[in-house]
Design a protein around this ligand. Structure first.
Ligand SMILES: Cc1ncc(COP(=O)(O)O)c(C=O)c1O
Length: 398
């Protein structure tokens, strides 16, 4: 017989969980965490209905590339599913080192460390270097992974206006010369599609002797020679002290990296808890990333197709006079400015078989509520026709 009087009294935390408004609204409007029962290229299927995916970050369209799938299968066969432990304790494998050497070489850095998620890599790019007594300067529109790293570092952080070197200078001029300074930037801002004003930022870094951390999750594969990224695009790889990024965008995989000098990577391996205490990147993910990296260099046609699709998509958007926040890259927001408009626009796209993501304040600045879209080399001409028709329709709904 159950002894109900002995039942544990519930923690008040359960009240918070039951009555949480953010969760209630999310479930009510059913805007996130969708499950697709099938996928083929850019097409995803939900509840039996097919959608063209217009928000994934598969910029080069490599997620179904036969060479990548083959590399993943071979690694799984040879090495099994996981190395089941952190590298510091259980050791890395020869395939980790091989990928790190190839990636470092490609990026124009001496050394690299790969992680099981871009999020961990980007957080580590700060926790691995910043000390409590340092001073961080962060673009106010940074990705959550970098904010996590900033918070975990315990260092003081000053925010500057998005992609605004003049504002950064104003703040810098108030600060003590003797404190160590670290700039935290993104190469391509994932929501806005803006390219960092790296020449101006690196000039400031030189003047104020600041250390520069650049998250290039969305520039890698897209900008620079063969997709070497934003720093390469500006010819400024040497002016960026630490580069980090993700495999889940252009490389169409899972994992991430931090690249810098040999000495700096060794230092990060001693100081970043995310590097020390998190399990190694899996054999299959490592092999897929390495194959994708090779394809990026050997098959320029993917970038060429991306550019072609991008030109067409941009002309559709500008023909419809939609506000794209001056995006310069394949990550393209459609700014509608009010969350109700965003919701109706998004619903209309869904109705017409197009899947995109809603992003509303506080995720974006007030007045910038938007639909986040991204174009891929894998989009076909028919996909783009369908996207155009759906956008025309959605515009009539707001
Ligand atoms: C700018 C930026 N940095 C880091 C990450 C984290 O990468 P991942 O999703 O591969 O963990 C993302 C992913 O959304 C991102 O957009």
């Amino acid at each position: 017989m159950p002894l109900s009087f002995l039942k544990k009294r519930k923690s008040p935390l359960w009240d918070r969980i039951h009555s949480d408004d953010a969760t209630r609204l999310r479930l009510k409007y059913d805007t996130y965490y969708h499950i697709f029962e099938d996928q083929s290229g850019t097409k995803v299927v939900k509840d039996g209905k097919e959608f063209v995916m217009l928000s994934s970050n598969d910029y080069l369209g490599l997620s179904n590339h036969p060479k990548i799938k083959e590399a993943g299968k071979r690694a799984l066969e040879k090495w099994g599913s996981s190395t089941t432990g952190a590298r510091l304790a259980n050791g890395g494998r020869i395939f980790h080192r091989e990928l790190e050497e190839k990636l470092a070489d490609f990026l124009g850095k001496e050394a690299c460390h790969v992680f099981s998620a871009g999020y961990l890599a980007c957080a580590s790019s700060i926790t691995g270097f910043a000390d409590r007594k340092d001073l961080l300067f962060a673009d106010k529109n940074l990705h959550s992974s970098l904010w996590s790293g900033i918070k975990l570092s315990g260092a003081r952080c000053e925010r500057f206006a998005h992609n605004n070197p003049d504002h950064l200078r104003e703040i810098l001029e108030y600060e003590d010369d003797s404190v160590e300074k670290i700039f935290v930037l993104e190469g391509v801002y994932s929501m806005e599609g803006h390219i960092a004003k790296l020449p101006e930022f690196t000039k400031l870094a030189e003047e104020f002797r600041a250390f520069v951390v650049l998250d290039d999750a969305h520039g890698f594969g897209v900008l620079g020679n063969s997709g070497r990224g934003t720093a390469d695009h500006f010819g400024m790889t040497d002016q960026v002290d630490v580069l980090c990024g993700s495999f889940s965008k252009s490389l169409a995989g899972a994992g991430g990296f931090v690249a810098s000098t040999r000495e700096a990577i060794d230092y990060m391996r001693s100081h970043s808890k995310q590097t020390i205490f998190s399990a190694a990147l899996s054999p299959a993910s490592c092999a897929c990333a390495q194959a994708a990296l090779e394809i990026m260099q050997e098959e320029p046609e993917h970038r060429a197709r991306l550019q072609k699709n991008l030109d067409r998509y941009r002309s559709i958007l500008s023909g419809l006079e939609l506000d794209t926040w001056e995006s310069e890259t394949p990550a393209i927001p459609i700014v509608l400015g009010e969350k109700e408009k965003v919701y109706y626009f998004w619903k209309a796209l869904l109705e017409k078989g197009i899947y995109a993501i809603i992003s509303i304040a506080p995720g974006v600045p007030p007045g910038k509520d938007l639909i986040r879209t991204a174009i891929s080399a894998a989009h076909t001409d028919e996909d783009l026709d369908k996207i155009e028709d759906a956008l025309i329709y959605a515009k009539t709904k707001i």
